[in-house]
Design a protein around this ligand. Structure first.
Ligand code: ADP
Ligand code: ASP
Ligand code: MG
Length: 416
């Protein structure tokens, strides 16, 4: 059972989570709960670091950030004990979560669940601090924003758990962010394929790495509300039967930054050098566009997007190459957004992209970059237009509560 930050934000909610955990235990289950830092604790810790350092040391950043989830676990263990059950809180390191050494976005390389098993065998409820581990260098690491989801999935995999329940502040995975689209529809199931695209394109209800880990290790995820009972969304493995609507969800992100390199030499191997430098700096590049040089020139322009939080790292990774390759200029745009339409059904239906562009055009929104996969169409647009774009697409594809499958546009006429 994983509880997110809002679900343990204050004393009442910690107690509510404790009661839910205890109810599971009393129903005869062995329970491990992974908790996030309370409310905006992680943001506050990041702000604290910014007060003392312009570029905080990543190792020390992890020492700092890992404290948030420890607080939640210790408090919840106390509350569970008061409810008459044995409980023990563990740091990521104590829980056996081994990661690589890339501070602030470490990857889990192994989970040794022996300690958790021992505590479970003794009858205790185990609370594991989310979002953290210990590196192969024995330093504390954190797993990137939203990383408690990954802790939960990794622990579930190591224990061969029946299910990994992700308790959050919404009732499940919706056809769009319910904060932006009030009539968004809760999906009772979603395939791994679609959930991966959704998480990758901004639906932060489940962290991308958690979904990847769950797919690779066959973990059943049930994403549900911590505030009310009732079923949420189950992420289904490939092969499990389900309907395949044309469009499943509209996702968005408002924290994209774009870099444009002007005058990049049009020679073999240049793109390889640029993106190797970025990869070595652990920068996640999303969309890439390169224009061929205009008639006869030997230099091209290249644009790509990165999460805004990676912009500084991206710039410094490129510093050396700029002179070496004779790149004329680097233009950055920090206020980009992205809107994406996702659906496994679009594989076999042409015309979806045209409709997306038409809808955005109808709203007077300029599309700056486009990237597609077999089940996704993403458009980079100016950040300020994101909410309008999401609502317009959600309604154009009739994804809302109340719209039935039959009513949804894009029957056979779509291919015409
Ligand atoms: P937690 O703290 O529980 O991990 P998060 O804030 O990380 O919660 O994720 C839950 C939030 O994800 C919701 O409050 C919602 O605004 C947002 N969200 C974005 N896209 C979606 C979506 N498609 N379905 C559900 N929630 C979404
Ligand atoms: N507390 C961390 C964050 O805010 C991890 C998490 O909540 O999953 O990103
Ligand atoms: Mg989260």
């Amino acid at each position: 059972m994983k509880f997110g930050g809002t679900s343990v934000a204050d004393a009442q909610r910690v107690i509510r989570a404790a009661k839910r955990i205890v109810a599971r235990k009393e129903a005869g289950k062995r329970v491990v709960a992974v908790l996030s830092a309370r409310g905006s604790t992680t943001d506050e810790l990041i702000a604290m670091a910014a007060e003392v350092s312009a570029l905080p040391d990543p190792r020390e950043m992890d020492m700092l950030l890992s404290t948030g989830e420890r607080i939640s676990c210790a408090l919840c263990a106390m509350a569970i004990r008061d409810l008459g059950h044995d409980a023990v809180s563990l740091t990521g390191s104590q829980a056996g979560i081994l990661t690589d050494t890339s501070h602030t976005k470490a990857r889990i390389v192994d989970v040794d669940a022996a300690r958790i098993q021992r505590e479970l065998d003794s009858g205790a409820i185990v609370l594991v601090a989310g979002f953290q581990g210990v590196s192969t260098n024995q330093d504390v690491t954190t797993l990137g924003r939203g990383g408690s989801d990954t802790t939960a999935v990794a622990v579930a995999a190591a224990l061969n758990a029946e299910v990994c329940e992700i308790y959050t502040d919404v009732a499940g995975v919706f056809s769009a962010d319910p904060r932006i689209v009030p009539d968004a529809r809760k999906l009772s199931t979603v395939s791994f394929e679609e959930m991966l695209e959704m998480a990758a394109s901004g639906a932060n209800v489940l962290q991308l790495r958690a979904v990847e880990y769950a797919r690779n290790h066959n973990v059943r995820i049930h994403c549900r509300s911590s505030l009310e009972d009732g079923p949420g969304t189950v992420v289904l493995g490939e092969g499990e039967t389900m309907e395949q609507p044309l469009i499943t969800a509209v996702t968005h992100s408002t924290d994209e930054a774009r870099l444009t390199l002007l005058g990049v030499p049009d020679d073999p191997g240049v793109a390889g050098r640029i993106f190797t430098a970025l990869a070595e700096a652990n920068v996640n590049v999303d969309m890439i566009i390169q224009n061929e040089p205009i008639s006869g020139g030997h230099r091209a322009d290249m644009s790509f997007t990165v999460p805004r939080s990676d912009l500084v790292d991206a710039r410094s990774a490129l510093d050396g190459l700029i002179g070496e390759l004779g790149i004329t200029d680097v233009v950055t745009d920090e206020k980009m957004g992205k809107v994406s339409v996702i659906g496994a059904g679009m594989k076999s239906h042409p015309g979806v992209a045209a409709k997306v562009f038409e809808v955005l055009g109808g709203e007077g929104i300029n599309i700056e970059m486009i990237v597609t996969s077999p089940i996704k169409i993403s458009c980079v647009i100016s950040g300020e237009h994101v909410p309008t774009a999401v609502r317009a697409l959600h309604s154009a594809f009739a994804l809302g509560e109340g719209a039935t499958l039959q009513e949804r546009p894009f029957g056979d006429e779509a291919s015409a």
